[in-house]
Design a protein around this ligand. Structure first.
Ligand code: HEM
Length: 487
């Protein structure tokens, strides 16, 4: 006779480190590189861990199976986001789909954002990718000393060209500056624990003049930045559209859809917000992956040479590789997969929140829990990825009789209804930038004034999105002919 399953409410909570009365795990919470501590705890307590801060439950998933079971197969209750009062209510980021809770407004915004980023829709961005990546290569030919700055500037600029149609120049630089300022506030406020109002939401009604309500002044300043970021570029595109001179862009596409639509599904606030989130979601994450790629090439010249040999044999040296070559460069594809696995840019993913009690592996996941999925642990599981801390693109090469490990993309872009809608665009954008950099340049460790090799530390900075700690990189055109291709 089959044993009947216990109701969810009877199930035990997942295990975790010992908790203190009242405060729970508050004083054992890691304050930096949290993914490493959570990874250590996963070895002790298993791949589903529960932590408690006062009465708030935090669940950390440490395996792909657990993440899929909870977030892919139970999406109707696990696709909510935790509510951040400071960011959402006070700083006015309520236009950003990333922070929206489940509900009709989220579903409407998500539908629009997703439709803009479908593989067939993103083909329209290919000319901008071609143009923007050439421009990056040109900057590197003329000033090889500042690769990190050039990559950051060109990536941000390219995103703005795609979103607002603005070509290289002071206006586009201004858009990037506005977005970076707004995101600086976001990163500060995203430091959970920094603002008490996130734990006591009623404090948001305290007026700014009350002593101790400095968070209201800060929120007001950041709120203006978050608004300017979407309002100023939008107003320019709207004006050009009205004059009939707007170049192709995501904003223009949405404004056209808005004017042709009979329903009022797409309102102006949605257009501004749906475009703004693409920069928020795409710029820093893509920059992290590009920096990791550069680091991997500097540290592994043998992989770089193999990638260059493949490009030379398939594409030759008379033109730059482009997206039509992607399927013909299998080794480079392995390099890309390994970049996403070796040091995932969003190591703990973006938190989900649970809307109703549910079950996972015989444990109760209480309603209201915040869920983190530890991509870093998932992608460094040595049973799945042997020698997980080594950069080994060959692990992705198909071999007769040997199953491939789960694609790094299966964890790095998140799960369920919240899966990164920009993943196809990220694929084209990053592939183009990466392949072109190594097609034209050698990346290497530089020498100091005494002729000693400067070794990168290989360390990563802490944060929701992580980047390699600054490292020096020598950039040399592989040949004069290749360098001249970018002029
Ligand atoms: C290497 C590059 C990227 C990585 C690693 C990455 C990763 C992620 C992750 C982990 C999430 C959270 C998914 C979840 O909640 O489970 C996410 C969400 C999101 N990403 Fe990306 N992303 C990248 C590039 C992009 C790009 C290029 C765009 C846009 C052009 C983009 C737009 C978004 C948006 C709008 C969301 C929020 C989705 C939602 O809350 O429903 N991302 N991304």
């Amino acid at each position: 006779q089959r044993k009947s399953r216990s109701p969810v409410s009877d199930l035990p909570l997942p295990p975790g480190p010992p908790a203190w009365p009242i405060i729970g795990h508050l004083n054992v919470m890691p304050t930096s590189h949290e993914w490493r501590t959570y990874g250590e705890w996963a070895k002790i307590y298993g791949d589903v861990i529960q932590l408690r801060i006062f009465n708030k439950s935090l669940i950390i998933l440490g395996s792909l199976d657990a993440a899929k079971a909870l977030l892919d197969h139970n999406t109707s209750v696990t696709s909510d986001r935790p509510h951040f009062t400071m960011i959402y209510d006070l700083m006015g980021w309520d236009w950003a789909v990333q922070f929206m809770g489940m509900g009709p407004r989220f579903l409407k915004y998500r539908r629009v954002v997703q439709s803009l980023l479908l593989p067939q829709s993103t083909r329209a961005f290919w000319p901008a990718l071609d143009h923007g990546s050439r421009s990056l290569l040109r900057s590197l030919v003329h000033d090889s000393a500042n690769i990190h700055q050039h990559v950051k500037d060109h990536l941000g600029g390219l995103m703005m060209t795609v979103l607002y149609g603005e070509d290289e120049g002071p206006t586009r630089d201004k858009y990037v500056e506005l977005a970076e300022e707004a995101m600086h506030g976001l990163v500060e406020a995203g430091n959970i624990g920094k603002f008490l109002v996130d734990f006591v939401p009623l404090l948001r009604f305290v007026p700014e003049w009350v002593p101790g309500a400095g968070f209201q002044t800060q929120a007001r300043i950041w709120r203006k930045l978050a608004r300017d970021m979407i309002e100023i570029p939008f107003a320019d595109v709207k004006k050009y559209c009205d004059e009939g001179t707007a170049p192709a862009s995501v904003t223009k596409t949405l404004l056209e859809q808005q004017s042709h639509s009979k329903s009022n599904e797409i309102d102006t606030e949605l257009v501004k917000g749906a475009v703004g989130v693409l920069y928020v979601g795409g710029a820093d994450t893509s920059l992290s992956a590009l920096n990791t790629f550069i680091l991997s090439m500097v540290l592994h010249p043998e992989c770089q040479r193999r990638a260059q040999a493949e490009i030379d044999s398939v594409v030759g040296q008379n033109r730059l590789p482009d997206l039509s070559d992607q399927a013909s460069l299998p080794y480079f594809d392995c390099v890309f997969s390994e970049v996403l696995r070796w040091n995932p840019g969003v190591p703990l993913g973006v938190p989900h929140s649970v809307m109703a009690d549910c079950e996972l592996n015989g444990y109760r996941i209480p309603a209201g829990s915040t869920i983190l999925y530890n991509q870093w642990t998932i992608l460094h599981n040595e049973d799945v990825y042997p020698e997980p801390f080594k950069f080994i693109p060959e692990r992705w090469m198909p071999e007769e009789g040997k199953p491939l490990p789960p694609d790094s993309r299966s964890a790095s872009f998140g799960f369920g209804r919240r899966i990164c809608p920009g993943r196809h665009f990220a694929d084209s954008l990053l592939w183009t930038m990466m392949v072109r950099i190594v097609a034209v340049f050698d990346l290497a460790k530089p020498l100091d004034a005494d002729g000693n090799v400067i070794e990168p530390s290989g360390e990563y900075l802490t944060g929701l999105v992580t980047h390699p700690a600054p490292f020096a990189c020598k950039v040399t055109p592989r040949s004069q002919e290749l360098a001249s291709l970018v002029e």
